[in-house]
Structure formats: C-alpha cells, structure tokens
Design a protein around this ligand. Structure first.
Ligand code: F6P
Length: 487
C-alpha cells in the first residue's frame, strides 16, 4: 500500500487505484475524557460491499469521522486506508444537518417535509464538498477510479475532475432523485447538476430516478442528451466526453443475514423474543431510522384503527416498532419523535393491559444478530415509507426468512417495490383504509400463499447481493470508453 498525502492536501496523485468518497467513514470514533481518540469498525452495508474490492484494488476511503473538529491522520483498517475529513461544529450544523438533511433530504423525498433554503448552508455545502474533493484528489493514483457516494457530496465529481482530469469518476445516489418539477425549487439546481455531471457514470436506485435526472439536465442545462447519455462540451464548445446515467439497485450482504438467521443462537433468541412478548398469535414489526420519510405515523395510525375496529384482537397481537435515533438536531426529526411517542402512548393507554402492550416502541439501534432474531420473530414486516430510495430492511427481512414464513407488507413508494413486486403485499401508505385491509390480510395470510410469496422474494433477493452491485457499478464505470474516444 503506497498511500500518501494528508486529508487536507490537494497536491499530486497519491497511490490508491480505488478511492471511495462518502460522507461517513466506516468506523465510529470515540474521544475519552483525556482527549484520546479511539475508533471501532462500524459494520454498514456499504463497507461490506466495498471492502473486498478495496482490498483487491489498493483502496482508500475518504469520509467524515462523525465528530466535530476531529483531526486525525489517515490510518489503515482491514486492508483499507481510511482518510478522515475534519468538519467543524458549524459545518456539521450547516453542511450536514442544514443543507444535506434539511434542504436536500426533504426535497429529494417528495417534499414530505418542507425543504429550507439558506444561502449560508449552501456556502458551507460547497466548502465541505471542495474539502472532500481535495482529499480524494490527494489519494487517487494516476488514472485511478474514484467512487463518490450520495446526496451530501453531489458537487465532488466536478470539483474532483477540475483537480484531476486523469481520473475515472463514478457517483452513486443512494436516495431518490426527484422529478424536475420539485428539483427546480432548489436555488442552486444548476450547480448540483453540473457537479454530478463531473462524473463519467451517475448511478441511481431506480430507472425512474435516472430518467428524472436526465430530464432535469435537459430542462435546466444546455447539455445535449440522448437516451441515458449526456454530452459535455469542452471550453471551445466541441463535445469532449459523455456521461451515462443508469439504475444500479443496491442490495445487502444477503448470505450474512441468511446465515445469521439460521444460527442456533439467533433462532433461540427469536423464540425468546416471542415469549417475552407474551407469545401473541401475530407479531408485527417495523424497523426504521426515526425519519419522517418512513411513514411510521401512518403505520401506527392504521394499526391503531385496526385494533379499534376489532378486526385484529389487541390481546393476541403486538407491533414491535424499532425506531433508531437519527439526525436528532434537525427540527423535523424532533417533531416526528414527539408525534410518534404521543401516538404510541395513546395506543398503549387504550389497548394495553398489564403484561401486554399493543405496541413496543424501541428508540435504539441493535446489532445485526438482534435484528436477525427480530426478523425471525415477526409474522408480518411493515415497510410503509412515503418515499424511500431502496429500503434495505425489506431485503434483510427476506434474507432472514429461509423458513419461508413471514409476510412482507411493502410501500409502493420504495425502490424495493420496483424490484420485488409481485412478491410483497404492496400498500399505498397515504391510503389508510387500503393499508388497513392489506395489514389484516397479511396477518391472516394462508400459509401456502405465504410460502409461495416468500420463495419468490428470496429467489430475487438472494441472487443480487451487495458485492454484485458494487462489482457491476465498477465494471460499467471502468468499461466506459476513455475520454479521447468518447465522441
Ligand atoms: O439513506 C441515506 C443515508 O445517508 C444512508 O447512507 C445512511 O445509512 C443513512 O442515510 C443515515 O444517515 P446519517 O449519516 O445522516 O446518519
């Protein structure tokens, strides 16, 4: 491994053939009372996808540590060079909580919450994106590949190309790309499009996201488009290179979940969970970050009305709702938490009994072993997002159910629905009556039909794991014609 340069240097090529750039590093940092910094690997989906290719390809990962003002030299972890980018407390507020999660996040998720447009947030977003681009430029080998991830870093491809025209640059958008009619609200819409067009390949979760992007390019810039290809011009106006926009639906480490769920420990834990819940006839499960895009309130409302109508008996049923803490300094997330907790309290007050809760609300994150046990314990999995790039929880549930038991209720507004239909029971979470009917049907689904649907879902999910996703994306990126022969 020959990595050189610090995270803040932009000089000359470094030694890494593959550089991943993502908002977060795949480690959790902790700072003790004496100021000593320690870190531990955080086992995310993206890192399990990229680790093997990073190890094969001399890889470096550029990202934020997750803590304010933490400056740390690049360091090696499991065959990858990790390159921390420092963010100040003010940048976390403006770039991360502000522009990324209170402007872009709601705008890209169908304006479920109103996006806030603040010029200071935009300035910070630009500055931080420039820092990430410089850090990547310092690490990448001559002619290397840089893969930039997600909505927090949409300006990086162009900034990086300006610094290092020799690189091959890919970008993957993990969240939806909105229709141009919404996207055009953004005062800096053109800068974002030009930022993304710095890449050779721009990947999305769904074909619909890729078409939204190409339509926005057509409507808001002068770059000619043809199908999924966009032509970029040189300074003298002659065509210089082409950008491709395409769908690459992401997956999970399917074998890991399958194996975890087959293990004796997890199976025993699943039984224990059901026993602790009082062995109800039906266990329903929701697993989400506590985010307004996930339709948690709609789900609890529907469930409460089903109990109220007596279509499912409260004493024989329970809903376990895992809502992991997320973006807790952003107002819309604080409001959501209040609403959800009031709803949960009301429901339990009305339908709970001593020793039995109608809903178990868990505001925590859990390790994969506990998640696999929860999936196994759940008869019905409720994924009711109002808009979701993919929804990996749906895929985890399927990967855990090698017993072919369990029913997936899945929102039409997820990327997963595009891929998995007709296996799940699809719902429109805005249609509370329709969703109630589907949830009741799911609770009573004929065992044969259950198995038939789960078999179909597993055939799809087990064939497409996240390693295949990253290989496919990188394969398409590296097979693209080199710049000189582009046009
Ligand atoms: O879905 C987009 C995403 O950025 C994921 O990549 C990430 O796991 C999740 O949201 C949580 O994001 P944050 O970094 O804001 O906690």
């Amino acid at each position: 491994m020959t990595g050189q340069g610090s995270a803040s240097s932009s000089s000359g090529p470094g030694g890494y053939d593959l550089v991943v750039v993502a908002n977060r590093l795949p480690v959790d940092f902790s700072v003790d009372d004496d100021g000593a910094v320690d870190w531990q690997r955080s086992p995310g989906g993206l890192v399990s996808a990229l680790e093997p290719v990073m190890q094969e390809n001399e890889g470096a990962w550029v990202g934020w540590s997750g803590a304010p003002d933490l400056a740390h030299e690049p360091f090696e972890a499991d065959g990858m060079m990790l390159v921390p980018v420092t963010l100040s407390a003010s940048e976390i507020e403006k770039y991360y909580e502000g522009f990324s999660n209170d402007t872009l996040w709601p705008l890209y998720h169908d304006v479920i919450a109103p996006p806030a447009y603040h010029r200071q947030w935009w300035d910070s977003y630009r500055r931080v994106n420039q820092r990430f681009a410089e850090a990547a430029a310092a690490q990448a080998a001559q002619g290397g590949v840089v893969w930039v991830h997600d909505y927090q870093l949409q300006l990086v491809p162009k900034m990086l190309r300006d610094l290092r025209p020799d690189l091959r640059i890919g970008f993957f958008d993990h969240i939806p790309f909105p229709p141009v009619e919404l996207f055009q609200q953004l005062p800096w819409r053109r800068n974002i499009l030009e930022g993304l067009l710095g890449a050779d390949l721009v990947g999305f979760q769904r074909g619909g996201d890729a078409s939204n992007f190409v339509r926005a390019v057509r409507r808001l810039t002068d770059h000619p488009t043809r199908g999924s290809m966009i032509s970029m011009e040189a300074a003298d106006g002659t065509p210089s290179r082409r950008v491709r926009a395409a769908a690459f639906p992401i997956s999970i480490d399917t074998m890991r979940f399958d194996e975890l769920a087959r293990s004796a420990e997890v199976q025993a834990r699943a039984k224990e969970i059901r026993a602790d819940l009082g062995d109800p006839d039906v266990v329903m499960l929701g697993v989400d970050r506590l985010d307004y895009t996930k339709g948690i309130r709609h789900r609890i409302k529907a469930y409460g009305e089903i109990l109220q109508d007596g279509r499912i008996e409260a004493k024989n049923t329970t809903l376990v709702q895992v809502a992991s803490p997320s973006r807790e300094n952003v107002g819309a997330y604080q409001e959501l938490r209040e609403h959800v907790e009031v709803l949960v309290g009301r429901l339990n007050g009305e339908f709970g009994e001593i020793g039995h809760s109608a809903i178990h609300y868990l505001h925590h994150s859990y390790p994969p072993e506990e998640m696999a046990a929860l999936y196994l314990a759940a008869d019905v999995m409720l994924v009711t997002s109002l808009r979701d790039g993919m929804n990996l929880v749906a895929k985890e549930y399927i990967a855990a159910r090698s017993d072919l038991d369990g029913v997936l209720v899945l929102s039409e507004f997820t990327g997963a629905a595009d891929e998995l239909a007709p296996g799940p029971l699809l719902v429109n979470p805005h249609d509370i009556d329709g969703m109630k009917d589907i949830i009741v049907a799911a609770a009573h689904l004929d065992p044969k039909e259950k198995r038939r649907r789960m078999r179909r879902l597993r055939r799809k999910v087990m064939a497409d794991d996240v390693a295949k996703w990253s290989k496919t994306f990188l394969g398409v990126l590296t097979a693209m014609p080199s710049r000189d022969s582009h046009v």
